[in-house]
Design a protein around this ligand. Structure first.
Ligand code: ZN
Length: 1012
């Protein structure tokens, strides 16, 4: 049915009236429940209340909880700092102003305490504000001690009755976090006012919350991004007719992905919130977002749920969520719902810190305008449609204000807090039970522990992985003696009907035990936070048949695989009886053995090898091009041979790097090449910076220096070789088409979009990059400069979308990208196989390597310039013609003897196809062998492609090249189909990038050329 505009407006009005009328009704209450109504005896701040009303665009966009502000003689309202009420149009406070207000509250009220919880990457403070009764705030430590016993039931010997006694006395902690996503701007003012209400309001409804629990608030999670966002908004206010720049940087490193860091804990904001959550022993972590009308409790999706969360938790999500919907619906507020499009599989979201630490994760999407302007907003049909989980949907078109947003956020939070407090004994007991079930995990579902062996050759990566677990508050132990565990008995696979040879039938018996050396790390599963360790270290399987067809985020993440370290899941409970001690600080063994003038360090693809090269400026370092032995020790290909460095210098440099150097008496008789500290340019676009942000943080943490330059600078630098040896062009992410990279943002119309610090925008640049106008892209000059750079000997490294870009503009020849038909690899861990062990890019790697892949480009190789590589169709296309004999017999021609059929040259999927004599004849397009692409790693065979996550239609990319080095001119273009540097989770593939940097001028080492 098509409605005319007029009819639609009319319908809207009638609906508005109806809703308004229903809002006046009183909510039905359960036995003993307190009504949400203000205290008639407490005076109201009339001026503030009048403004709330003024800025609320519809009478039904508010509730009896927030449509007034109680007055206080000594406690300042948010107006004291904002100059207006919370959510007022045109007002967006900096984090500093929000903190200033919270500290004013603290000064004026014994019911508020402010805690500093750490700093951001750019040095800004993060805070947590506790609001509760003065008595609760006085007894914080006693209460924490009680909560600690519930959080770690080992302290009370898993005694349920003792737990009940503690539950009866304990005050729960509900932790609310605001504006992690910087363009989602409403939370800070909503939380300022919420803190005021909780501190001042004497209505029984609020008093019960205040006396019964501690509300903990971090009003700004992404502080660096908030200040940039406020800058932009101010710029917009003073240039109202101009377009304003998009928020290209949020935090120093990443944007929206700051809410995908709860596994790797790479960002400060994650670390600080995690520490606060765990330190306070909070029961809930409730994170506020603004991208869905009007309040979507985006906690529990429609599956598949994360397989490691306790079913007690999934029930709690529904209880609180549906109660929220019910309460707000009774207030007459439209568009409040739960359930929906989320899947709840990945544990990477900030709120999931609670889900993985025995608490309750929660997330609101409210509606926001990306600033404090009041705007008409028109929804898509799917947004305002009534569905089974959204019986009272949002309206198709409304005028929306930041105050509306603040009303919804506060009403949702207050009803949640109240409901939580009314049922706090239940939730505290659940908190205990979830912790208890984590402790009893070995005997329940298992496993008993994960073991990381002491003799893992990648000691520094192993230590990194263990440090991630420690950041997650997981206890790490270390065995004091060697031990043996029984391995699970694998059910024998069905006998293969078509086993081709006896080899397959006579595979050696599967070992039934495994021995681990003394010093092996044991991650016990009988500890309160076993859940997060299990979730990170286990494997994930997302069925291609899952009814959920659009995974919300990554589907696989197995940390042992992605870190390139050995992790064994042990189900044998005897592992818990092994002699072991708790490890405070994980330190990989490091140091120098022997004294001399020449030292060797084995290469196991440890990223810290690159750190060492840049640390030891003056040392001469060479890489061995073949494996060698010295003093009875075996060194793999690519091992470092160091000279011109003293033992003390070397020891000093490697002690923190988890590397071990050995002095060798003489220079090993093996071919070597120098490992020089390449001059690196790191290129970003002005389209999107997040995907490259993860690369930046990895390089920064490893101490690899680089110049951070935009595509605009590439366009302006005609002699890139004069400054750089290697140009990294990491993935762009959003808006990454080749045309977008070249053309940039539209500049034929509109105004320049500056990204630079001015008095009006003092925070924009931070420690990142600046430009007078974000719009110009790489341009054709930039393309030419990159082409020249490679032609003159430079190394250009690209990954995923920038690989597509490089190939589409002809920066490398002999490689093409095929289109996926049915392939779905959604943020999964996949298997790859080493193809060319002699390439320096492969130094330190084994035959098998796990990598992160998200529908990576499907590379095909060709030995003919400009030709698209394609999958050979295989033997079945060359079956014999219809004729005499059987299928295996040769055909014959009457009257002449049979002719010998020349053999078709055969090559593997990942190889350069061999050329026939026909193809070689006078073919100036044939790429000479030395110029052909060199495949370093390929994707595993179809059957072995999936390690963790979802792989559907994997045969389209199976066996295809995953990492390719294409000699171009005098230089190289190194193309990645996998993303080797991602979210701090893929340390195992970092060295593919670092090896390219370290061996930039010797990438052809060990290369074997085709004959023709
Ligand atoms: Zn968000």
């Amino acid at each position: 049915m098509i409605r005319t505009g007029k009819a639609r407006v009319h319908a809207l009005r009638s609906l508005a009236l109806l809703l308004f009328l229903s809002a006046a009704g009183t909510a039905a209450l359960g036995d003993g429940e307190t009504a949400p109504a203000r205290d008639a005896k407490q005076p109201v701040d009339d001026a503030y209340t009048a403004k709330i009303k003024k800025y609320t665009t519809q009478p039904f966009f508010t509730s009896p909880l927030v449509d007034y502000l109680p007055a206080s003689k000594n406690v300042p309202t948010p107006e004291a700092v904002l100059g207006d009420v919370a959510g007022a149009p045109g007002i967006l406070p900096y984090a500093e102003d929000v903190y200033k207000y919270m500290r004013l509250l603290e000064k004026a009220s014994p019911r508020v305490k402010v805690f500093s919880i750490g700093k951001t990457e750019e040095g800004r403070e993060m805070i947590a504000v506790a609001v509760s009764s003065p008595e609760n705030l006085k007894n914080l430590e006693e209460n924490r001690a009680r909560l600690t016993k519930l959080a770690d039931p080992r302290a009370i010997k898993l005694d349920d009755e003792e737990a009940d006694r503690i539950v009866a006395q304990a005050v729960p902690v509900y932790y609310i976090t605001g504006t992690i996503h910087s363009p989602e701007t409403g939370a800070p003012t909503a939380l300022m006012e919420l803190a005021y209400r909780l501190a001042v309001d004497e209505s029984p409804y609020i008093r019960e919350i205040r006396d019964g629990m501690i509300t903990l608030i971090t009003p700004v999670v992404e502080v660096d991004g908030r200040d940039r966002m406020v800058d932009i908004y101010r710029w917009h206010l003073s240039h109202p007719k101009d377009f304003y720049p998009p928020l290209i940087y949020w935090g120093k490193y990443v944007a929206h992905d700051n809410n995908r860091d709860a596994m790797g804990v790479t960002l400060k904001l994650t670390e600080n919130v995690l520490k606060t959550y765990v330190g306070w022993k909070a029961q809930v972590l409730h994170d506020l977002h603004e991208s869905v009308p009007y309040l979507y409790d985006n906690t529990a999706g429609d599956g598949p749920f994360n397989a490691w969360v306790d079913p007690i938790l999934t029930d709690e999500w529904e209880m609180i969520g549906w109660r929220n919907v019910s309460d707000m619906t009774k207030f007459g507020m439209p568009g409040v719902f739960t359930h929906g499009v989320f899947d709840t599989w990945s544990p990477g979201y900030l709120m999931f810190i609670a889900a993985m630490h025995n608490g309750i994760s929660r997330l609101y999407e409210t509606f926001g305008n990306g600033g404090a302007d009041t705007l008409p907003r028109t929804l898509d049909p799917e947004e305002y449609a009534r569905t089974w989980y959204r019986q009272n949907p949002p309206l198709p078109k409304v005028l929306w204000s930041q105050r509306d947003n603040n009303n919804y956020e506060q009403t949702g939070l207050l009803t949640s807090l109240h409901y939580f407090n009314e049922n706090k004994h239940l939730f505290l007991k659940n908190f205990y039970l979830k912790a208890k079930r984590s402790v009893t995990k070995p005997a329940a579902e298992g496993p008993a522990a994960y073991v990381l062996p002491a003799d893992d050759p990648r000691a520094s990566s192993q230590a990194e992985l263990l440090r991630v677990l420690q950041k997650q508050a997981v206890e790490i132990s270390r065995s004091t003696a060697a031990f043996t565990v029984a391995l699970p008995v694998k059910k024998s696979a069905k006998p293969k009907k078509d086993a081709k040879d006896t080899k397959e039938k006579d595979t050696p018996p599967v070992p039934t035990t495994r021995e681990f050396p003394a010093g092996s790390y044991i991650v016990r599963m009988d500890q309160p936070y076993s859940r997060i360790a299990d979730a990170l270290l286990d494997y994930q399987y997302w069925s291609p048949d899952d009814p959920q067809k659009t995974p919300y985020d990554d589907t696989g993440w197995t940390f042992g695989e992605l870190f390139g370290v050995q992790v064994t899941r042990v189900t044998d409970p005897k592992v818990l009886d092994v002699a072991m001690e708790r490890v405070k600080e994980v330190r990989a063994p490091a140091g120098v053995s022997g004294d001399g003038t020449i030292y060797a360090i084995n290469n196991n693809a440890e990223p810290t090898l690159a750190t060492l090269r840049y640390k030891l400026h003056d040392a001469s370092i060479e890489a061995a091009e073949e494996p060698f032995e010295s003093g009875g020790k075996k060194f793999s290909r690519g091992s470092f041979i160091l000279r011109n460095v003293t033992r003390a210098q070397l020891n000093d440099a490697i002690s923190d790097l988890g590397l071990q150097a050995t002095s060798v008496s003489a220079m090993p008789s093996v071919k070597t090449h120098p490992v020089r500290a390449a001059r690196v340019a790191f290129v970003h676009t002005w389209l999107s910076t997040q995907a490259e942000g993860w690369w930046r943080i990895a390089l920064d943490n490893l101490g690899i220096p680089y110049d951070y330059i935009s595509t605009q600078i590439v366009a302006k630098t005609s002699d890139l070789n004069a400054k750089y040896d290697v140009i990294l062009f990491p993935p762009v992410g959003f808006f990454s088409s080749p045309t977008a990279i070249i053309n940039g943002l539209p500049s034929a119309w509109g105004n320049p979009l500056p990204w630079k610090n001015t008095p009006e925008t003092p925070n924009l640049v931070g420690k990142n990059d600046s430009t007078d106008d974000m719009r110009p892209g790489l341009g054709w000059e930039g393309v030419a400069n990159l082409q020249n750079f490679v032609a003159k000997g430079g190394v250009l490294l690209t990954a995923t979308d920038t690989s597509r870009f490089a190939l589409s503009i002809g920066l490398a020849d002999g490689v093409s990208v095929g289109n996926a038909q049915k392939m779905k690899i959604v943020g999964s861990v996949v298997g790859t196989r080493l193809v060319d062990a002699a390439s320096p890019i492969a130094y330190g790697y084994d035959e098998k390597l796990s990598a992160y892949c998200d529908n990576g480009p499907i590379f095909s190789l060709s030995s003919i310039s400009g030709a698209r590589g394609f999958r050979r169709l295989g033997g079945e296309m060359h079956t014999r013609p219809t004729g005499r004999g059987t299928a295996d017999d040769p055909d014959f021609t009457i009257g002449r003897p049979g002719a010998e059929v020349p053999e078709e040259p055969k090559s593997e999927i990942w190889e350069n196809p061999l050329l026939t004599d026909e193809q070689l004849h006078n073919n100036f397009r044939v790429i000479p062998p030395a110029n052909r692409a060199r495949v370093i790693f390929r994707y595993a065979d179809s059957k072995e492609l999936l390690i963790s996550g979802l792989v559907e239609g994997g045969d389209e990319i199976a066996q295809h090249a995953a990492v390719v080095d294409v000699p171009t001119g005098n230089g190289h273009v190194v193309l990645f189909s996998i993303n080797p540097v991602y979210r701090g989770e893929t340390r195992g593939t970092y060295s593919l990038v670092l090896n390219t940097i370290l061996n930039f001028d010797s990438l052809n080492s060990g290369r074997k050329l085709a004959e023709k």
